[in-house]
Design a protein around this ligand. Structure first.
Ligand code: HEC
Ligand SMILES: [Cu+2]
Length: 318
């Protein structure tokens, strides 16, 4: 029906039909009341036409039943919309615990992606069908927004922090990726493709396709983000202070991800991805209790993609 016309994007994720059902409901409600109002205007215009014999005596000016009806009915409708939309919203913004993590970096005006297997792509993202996939995203410059219309999900992508979208693609095929936040001159050209493949095709693609499409160098080979992180950890000299032994200059990083960290000022923070990112790029912002502020700030020296790899490496250490 509506989805066979080219008016609507294809439904290619587990939540697409849920979003569309809500959308159709809102659309139907709007249409129903619009038609009702127009019909009543016509009916009353005819009924009370000048010169027509009609009861024009003044109506009663209080009618509690009528008041109650137009308080209760719209309230009930609003609550249905609220409850329904909230349920979908929570599903949309909470990646399932078993979701596999992909990475995206927005940059004027392109999308850079990396799969957990280490494949790097530009403006193209290959994913297997039927797997819960979480895309952790950040921006290298301005506000962008990663939008997968066929999956009915999107999220703002901000410089200086991580946001994510998740989906489970249900249909093999090629679908749009858009930037849904005006981000400068060539915003409208910041488009890409997400290619959903059957799992066995995806495995084959991983082993055959050459890494680094669209002119990216394959310098980093096909290391996984965690492997790249391990390499960068040595390269940037992190291990000189974080070798994990007692008496080291810096705290051991194994198991820190997701843990609660006590800071010098007594505050307790959860070591989520944003905290780890800040600890690497701007370490003096939050000093771990019992340590000195000797860690250099790496802001401007490590790219967003490399920071993602370092975090993947830290997370891989249990
Ligand atoms: C000169 C020594 C030194 C170097 C080099 C260094 N760090 Fe640190 N790092 C520290 C110290 C000391 C702390 C604790 C004080 C603080 O929070 O700044 C710390 C804290 C951290 C934390 C927060 C840990 C926690 O328990 O909350 C992370 C994450 C981190 N460093 C990652 C890195 C990474 C990644 C590199 C390499 C790019 C690196 N560090 C290089 C000394 C260092
Ligand atoms: Cu953009």
């Amino acid at each position: 029906m509506l989805w066979e016309l080219p008016l609507m994007p294809q439904q290619a994720s587990t939540i697409a039909h849920k979003v569309d059902a809500l959308y159709l409901f809102l659309w139907g409600m709007t249409a129903f009341f619009t038609l009702l109002i127009f019909a009543l205007i016509l009916v009353f215009a005819v009924k009370y036409k000048r010169g027509k014999v009609a009861d024009r005596s003044n109506p009663p000016d209080t009618d509690h039943k009528l008041e109650a009806v137009w308080i209760v009915v719209p309230l009930a409708i609003s609550l249905v919309i609220f409850g329904w939309a909230t349920a979908i919203f929570f599903e949309q913004v909470r990646p399932p615990a078993d979701a596999v993590e992909y990475f995206a970096t927005g940059k004027q005006w392109m999308w850079k992606f990396q799969s957990p297997e280490g494949k790097r792509e530009v403006n193209e993202l290959h994913v297997p069908k039927g797997r819960n996939i979480k895309v952790t995203a950040t921006s290298e410059d301005v506000l962008h927004d990663l939008f997968f219309p066929a999956f009915r999900t999107k999220a703002d992508v901000l410089p200086g922090r991580y946001t994510n979208v998740w989906f489970n693609a249900t249909k093999a095929g090629t679908y749009h990726i858009f930037c849904a936040e005006y981000c400068g001159m060539q915003h409208s050209l910041m488009i890409g493709k997400v290619i959903v493949m059957e799992p066995q095709d995806y495995e084959r693609w991983l082993t055959t396709a050459s890494s680094g499409t669209a002119g990216q160098t394959a310098a980093a080979g096909d290391e996984t983000p965690a492997q790249a992180g391990e390499r960068l950890f040595t390269q940037h000299g992190c291990q000189t202070c974080h070798q994990g032994s007692s008496g080291a200059l810096g705290p051991a990083l194994a198991g820190v991800s997701g843990a609660e960290v006590e800071l010098q000022n007594g505050e307790k923070v959860k070591a989520d991805d944003d905290y780890l990112r800040e600890s690497i790029l701007n370490s003096s912002a939050k000093i771990v209790k019992g340590y000195q502020a000797v860690m250099p700030n790496f802001k401007g020296q490590i790219s967003e993609e490399d920071v993602m790899s370092l975090i993947a490496y830290i997370k891989a250490q249990k």
